[in-house]
Design a protein around this ligand. Structure first.
Ligand SMILES: Cc1cc2nc3c(=O)[nH]c(=O)nc-3n(C[C@H](O)[C@H](O)[C@H](O)COP(=O)(O)OP(=O)(O)OC[C@H]3O[C@@H](n4cnc5c(N)ncnc54)[C@H](O)[C@@H]3O)c2cc1C
Length: 400
């Protein structure tokens, strides 16, 4: 490596920053990844990998290892809490469009652990834990970040900076970029339990969206647990929602049992639909949650962020290594911001509206439409292309 070796700085070692570091590092680009936490995050967050994401990860030898640690979900279901299955969709219909015609149910931290093992073999990639990006400045030819480790401050210089530092992105704030959208008034509760729902709810798949006029829920399987997502009421305090009694009441309402449920994790979080006004400012880019956040109905947050990372890194490699004009980088915002607005935010907002619908006439209409979609092979393929994010990637490619 010489002083002229291109150098990309990345803020944030979540799945988006880590994938960016791997893509650029494997291409021989010098990378410094700056993470404020002491290590990689191990929280239970995203748990669904969509087919095109698995295709992307396969190029880095990650998909096989993830499949070994996850569950292959060939089917997804739209259910009603009282009526049971409304419609089932078979992802094997996507064969021919993807090498992975299924969803993979696997915790996101398993991906970042696998990437870390690869990064440690790449001498051109440096990972700095316990270092927080606090300031960002740039000239026409370089970018500089001010980072803090305890009381010590230092500056790092690079050719480009990727802000993959999550929903509260310091990079986005430093650039003064607005994060447009809204926050839902209710919070979402995720409860994890080893209880085997499939033994008690006939024909349950690994991914189940259950509509209900009073309390919808999502039932998602990961290898050792079921994760149940509930909305909370606006007037419940965090303390009230998180008590054992309240968690047990919600679980018992969903499926009454004579004994209490074993609860392994409970997480309560605010949910937003927001997209940054710009994804690029000069030599600085926003990707993943730093650029767009959305509700989890559809599993598009992490997946969309990985798609951002792959799109951006391909363009950075073209500019830094293959002499492409820097204008090519403008396409990143055009392509990925459009997808964040038109697909990711639009579909997740629609999914929430449908799952929580209270009007009996509209509920019936939604159910009838889902049944009709699932019964017709052409319509169900169109539905699967959209929900698996294949259409979104094709749309992005068409934006030139
Ligand atoms: C409870 C929950 C459930 C979810 N379920 C799903 C799901 O089913 N499917 C799905 O696709 N998505 C889901 N998501 C969203 C998904 O987890 C995120 O979209 C994903 O983690 C985004 O990755 P990221 O790398 O952009 O950001 P993050 O994972 O947030 O990573 C950002 C990193 O930046 C670091 N950082 C922050 N500030 C700084 C700074 N100033 N300097 C340096 N480092 C910094 C943070 O410590 C963190 O490690 C869920 C999220 C939550 C909270």
């Amino acid at each position: 490596m010489t002083a002229s070796t291109p150098h990309v700085l990345i803020a944030g070692a979540g799945p988006v920053g880590m994938m960016s570091a791997l893509a650029l590092g494997r291409a021989g680009i010098r990378v410094t990844l700056i993470e404020s936490a002491a290590g990689l995050n191990r929280d239970l967050r995203a748990s669904t990998f969509h087919p095109p994401t698995l295709d992307m990860l396969a190029k880095y030898g990650l998909t096989t290892a993830l499949i070994e640690q996850g569950l292959v979900a060939r089917f997804t279901q739209q259910r009603d809490r009282t009526q049971g299955v409304i419609a089932e969709f078979d992802l094997s219909q996507l064969s021919g469009l993807t090498d992975h015609p299924f969803r993979l149910q696997c915790e996101q931290w398993k991906l970042t652990d696998l990437i870390m093992a690869q990064l440690s073999q790449l001498p051109q990639v440096t990972v700095l834990f316990d270092n927080r990006v606090e300031s960002v400045s740039q000239t026409e030819s370089s970018v500089c970040v001010g980072i803090r480790k305890g009381d010590a401050l230092q500056s790092l210089h690079g050719d480009y900076l990727i802000g993959a530092d999550g929903a509260w992105s310091a990079v986005r704030t430093q650039l003064g970029i607005a994060f447009e959208g809204y926050t839902y008034p209710e919070r979402f509760l995720v409860v994890s339990t080893p209880f085997e729902y499939a033994d008690h709810m006939p024909h349950l798949s690994y991914v189940n969206y259950c509509s209900d006029p009073h309390e919808w829920c999502v039932l998602l399987r990961v290898p050792t647990l079921w994760r149940v997502l509930f909305p909370t009421k606006e007037d419940e305090t965090d303390e009230q929602v998180l008590t054992d009694e309240s968690v047990q009441t919600r679980l018992q309402r969903l499926l009454p049992q004579s004994e209490d449920y074993t609860v392994v994790h409970r997480t309560l979080y605010k949910v937003h639909q927001r997209v940054a006004q710009h994804f690029r400012q000069g030599r600085v880019f926003l990707a993943g949650d730093a650029a767009h956040i959305n509700n989890p109905l559809g599993g598009m947050g992490m997946n969309g962020g990985i798609h951002d990372a792959m799109n951006l890194c391909e363009k950075l490699m073209a500019v830094l290594q293959h002499g492409a004009h820097a204008e090519v980088l403008d396409l990143y915002e055009k392509q990925r911001r459009t997808i964040a607005i038109e697909y990711i935010n639009a579909s997740t907002a629609r999914n929430k509206k449908e799952i929580e619908e209270r009007d009996p006439v509209l509920r019936q209409k939604n159910h009838d439409e889902l049944r009709a979609l699932a019964a017709d092979p052409i319509s169900s393929l169109a539905y699967l292309r959209k929900t698996s994010m294949i259409d979104a990637l094709e749309r992005a490619k068409a934006l030139t």
